[in-house]
Design a protein. Structure first.
Length: 229
């Protein structure tokens, strides 16, 4: 579970981070936390990192309406906080004076819900906007002019500033394969494989390196249910 925490009281954030890591053994789930001191830092740092859950204190730099599509927990000091969690995909509010009790209940509730219901979404930050799409609908990604172009099943394309190494780490899925030093493909959308090329379902023809050829062929055979030997 990957969690973003946005709050300017670092003493509280550090306590929260320690409590989250204590829950790892109870849930048998690795919990990774990324800390942000303010909304500006969160938005500036936010790239293709995909978070399962956001903890943040409502502030002027983050429009709470923008959080409506994400799974969030609002951090609050007071019972009469102006934000109603019912209006969002929220697991409630975390009261700072009840952190140990509230956090256990919230994380367990979120863990069970996300395991059962959360779609396999991934988030991308382009130069102008933040885009959310389903990971299985990514056809392929390739480096062009120092940017990664991400091609989606519906025909859309998004350009982001990142590297193939980071992109591969973010996708983190056996269905995504490197076919050359600058291109990752989703095996589900491979139509044909030849000695030097991969043809995708959308008709795009991509270069296949010799070093990746065997791995790609075996992956396609395995995906289609054939023996890869």
């Amino acid at each position: 579970m990957k969690i973003a925490i946005c709050d300017d009281e670092m003493e509280f954030v550090n306590i929260m981070q320690k409590e989250l890591h204590k829950l790892e053994k109870q849930l048998n789930e690795k919990i990774e936390t990324v800390l942000f001191k303010n909304g500006e830092e969160l938005l500036e740092t936010f790239s293709i990192i995909s978070f399962d859950l956001f903890f943040f204190k409502v502030c002027k730099s983050i429009n709470v309406k923008d959080a409506a599509d994400e799974y969030v927990v609002f951090i609050s000091k007071f019972e009469d906080d102006s934000v109603n969690p019912v209006l969002f995909k929220s697991f409630g509010k975390l009261k700072k004076d009840r952190i140990k009790l509230d956090l256990i209940l919230i994380i367990k509730k979120a863990y069970i819900f996300l395991k059962e219901n959360k779609p396999n979404f991934i988030l991308f930050k382009t130069d102008t906007k933040i885009v959310r799409c389903k990971k299985p609908e990514i056809v392929y990604c390739t480096v062009i002019d120092r940017k990664i172009q991400i091609y989606i099943k519906d025909g859309n394309r998004f350009d982001i500033r990142s590297t193939i190494k980071k992109m591969m780490s973010t996708l983190n899925d056996i269905h995504f394969l490197k076919i050359n030093s600058g291109t990752i493909v989703n095996v589900a959308f491979i139509k044909e494989v030849s000695n030097k090329e991969v043809v995708m379902d959308n008709g795009d023809i991509l270069s296949l390196s010799r070093s990746n050829s065997k791995n790609v062929r075996n992956a396609v055979k395995a995906y289609c249910g054939y023996n890869a030997d």
